[in-house]
Each structure stands twice: as C-alpha cells, then as structure tokens.
Design a binder for this molecule. Sequence first.
Ligand code: DLL
Length: 436
Amino acid sequence: MIYNQRMETMTRDKLQEMQLERLRATVQRVYDRVAFYRQALDAAGVSPSDIHTLDDLRRLPFTKKSDLRDHYPFGLFACDRDEIARIHGSSGTKGKPTIVGYTKQDLEHWAEICARAICAAGGRPGDLFHNAYGYGLFTGGLGMHAGAEAMGATVVPVSGGQTARQITLIQDFEPRGIAATPSYALNIAEEMEKKGLDPASSSLEYGIFGAEPWTEEMRRTLEAKWNLTAIDIYGLSEVMGPGVACECHEAQDGLHIAEDHFLAEIIDPDTGEALPCGSEGELVFTSLTKEAFPILRYRTGDIASLNPTPCVCGRTTMRMSRIKGRIDDMLIIRGVNVFPSELEAILLTFEELAPHYQVVLTREGALDHVELNVEVTSAHAPHHGTHPADLIGRLSHRLKEELGVSIALTVHPPNTIPRSEGKAARILDRRTTTPA
Ligand code: DLL
C-alpha cells in the first residue's frame, strides 16, 4: 500500500468520529443551501442539530435519481455556479442526462480517491497508465486520469474506441496498467487475437475494470486472456465517479469503500429499511466532503452487500461485494427473478461460447418474453456459423438447473453480437407497450 496509508488504515473509532463530524457539516450545508433538501428534511422532521450519532443517518430522507432529473440542471448544487470547476453527467441513455458538479476542492478529493484506487489495484508511481475509459461528460475517463496523475503515473489519455489504435499504443508504449470497462478490455483482446497477436504477452500487469456489472467468471476470462490482475472499481456520477470503492490486488475480495468521503448503507429496496452488514440489498451512499453536489442517502439502484471484517491488505475500510446487478435490470422470467450477471456466470463456463451475450425483451400480449442470445466461438463453429448440435440442449439444461427457469435461446455465429467500446448494452428492451 503506498498511497495515503493514514486515511485507509485508521482505527474504526477515529474514522467514525471523523465521519460523524463530516456528516453533520454536510447536513448543515444542504439545509442552508439547497431548497430541495431543506424541504425534505423539514418534511422528515429532522434538523441538522438532530444528528448526534452515525445511526441518526437513518432519520435522513432518501435522494433518488428522479430528484436529480426534477432539478435539472443545477437545482441541487450547494454552491454558486461560478464556484463550479467541472460538470459531469450520468451515462443514462433515455432523455436528459443527470447532471452533477464539482468545486476545485471536490476535484482534488476525487483525484486522491482515484489515486488510492489505482495504488490498491497494484499501481505504482512511474507506471505508464493506459486509460481507455471514455473522456467527456462520463466520469470514467477524466476521473481516472486525475487519479493516475495524482499518484505519479504517466497517463495515456486514449479514451474509448478506435480499437486498432489502442492496440498499437499498448504494443508501442508498454503500459503497466490499463483502465477500461471489462467488456471493452475483452473487445481489445479479441481484436488483438484477430491480428494474430497474443494479449497475454503484452506488458500489462493490472487492469482496473468497472462502470458495468461483471462476474468472477469474466474476471477469470480477462486475467487469462491478458495475463494480468483484474481489479473491480465501482462508482457513480451522482456520488462522485470512479473510486467510490475499489478492490485491492492483495485480496481481490470485495471493494474497499473510500469511507472518509462516503457513508455506505444497504437497504431493503422495497421497504427502505436499513439491513445489517452481510445482507444483500440496495446500496445507498451519503457524501461526507462534497461542496458542489453533496448528496444524502442516494439510492443507487445497485445490489450488493457490505463486509466490515479486516482485509489481508491492512486497510481498515469497509468492503462492498461485487455488484450483482441493477434493480432495474432484473429480469422476471415467469415469476423468477434473474440478474444478467447470473446468466453471464453460466455462459462463461461453456468453452464453445464467446463471452458476449444479449438479452432481448419483447412483449406478447400481457406477457414479457425474454430471449437470450449467445455466440459460438470460431473454434467451435467449424462449418461456417454452425454450432455443436447439442449446445442448446446442454445450455438450456444448465440454465434451468441453476436458475430454475427455462429461457428461450438463440446461438449466433462467431463475431455477430455487437462489441462494446464503453458500457456494454446487454439488455435490449423492445417492449413497446406497458403492462395493463
Ligand atoms: O460508471 C463511474 C465509473 C467509471 C465507475 C469508471 C467505474 C469505472 P455512471 O456512468 O454514473 O458512473 O454509472 C454508474 O454504473 O450505479 C452501477 O450501476 C454501474 N457500475 C459502476 N461501476 C460498477 C462496477 C460510472 N464495478 C452505474 N460493477 C452504477 C457493476 C458498476 N456496476
């Protein structure tokens, strides 16, 4: 561990003392400066002076994505527009983006958080760092860029896309670290293989992958293809961006939350009740240091659990599990709840299948129909686009056995499922009507 040991290895008592002080300041700040929060706190019957312990967090009202949309663009900012140094937005594809802002100090904190994440992933000052997250309103590119600079790396700000150029730069510059979505890292590796190059013999030693759900099976695939250590990084623009939590390379077992800047909770998504550590539920975050866009109890829509036990790496911070999926992306197939990550975990154990898939949702009358599209690898499609005769049968059987539901399957020829250059679009919702 080489970055800000003091913050990451504090005793829990000291950390909680600091969190309480920062929570109180945050509640006071939003009460004084943001009409939306003042009304919400008044309606909940809580005033900033009522926050005496960290448990009082539960008395605070939740903030939802729709609150950001309702106050688009700057209605939830807690400082004047001219104090805002940067604006980012969520990657939502429908309608207007949700907008967030950062003061200079917020940007410094964020850079420090991302610097810590890169060090946790195994990065060191002097590394060459290939940053293939998209630069723009999306927080991935600029967030990781600032972090890499802050920890003393040499950044290559390549952004997403132009895969042939990515390959050239990886070969010529010989980076030690790469940052990308897991699906794009896979895409780059496949393009290398198509050119007769072996990604496993590249210079890369660690990859910092996130911004979309992925599985342990995908980690194994990426680690084998690239011969690197694959690290999971989590974050969201509403709370900050990448770096809210990140795995350490020592354990690769849960993501250390930057708890000096964010308080994490798990709630029951149906009732809003806080759940104990270890239970799976919706992740909720409260910012502790943000000036421009402080946020109280933001409901992320992401499913995970929390683990307070100490880690072998020496960090004392709480860890969150890998994200199982977004509540919105949960498929309900004849009454059975299935996350796309559960499909991924099964598909990736079939050597005949490429690690790409798409779920297509359609509606037949009042019923939703789910079709899973998978792709056979070229090594297993000897007769131009065909697939082993019993593949559908074996895959259906495994899906039924492990998930308890039959899923309509289509096996496609090699290289036909669209590849991603950023966040993969794995769910295609073609339902045009809403249920009665
Ligand atoms: O995706 C920030 C980010 C950039 C994180 C680069 C990691 C790396 P948004 O575009 O606002 O921000 O999307 C946030 O992406 O609520 C999750 O649903 C999902 N997500 C982010 N990281 C992970 C991850 C960035 N490691 C939304 N695993 C979040 C699963 C993730 N899902």
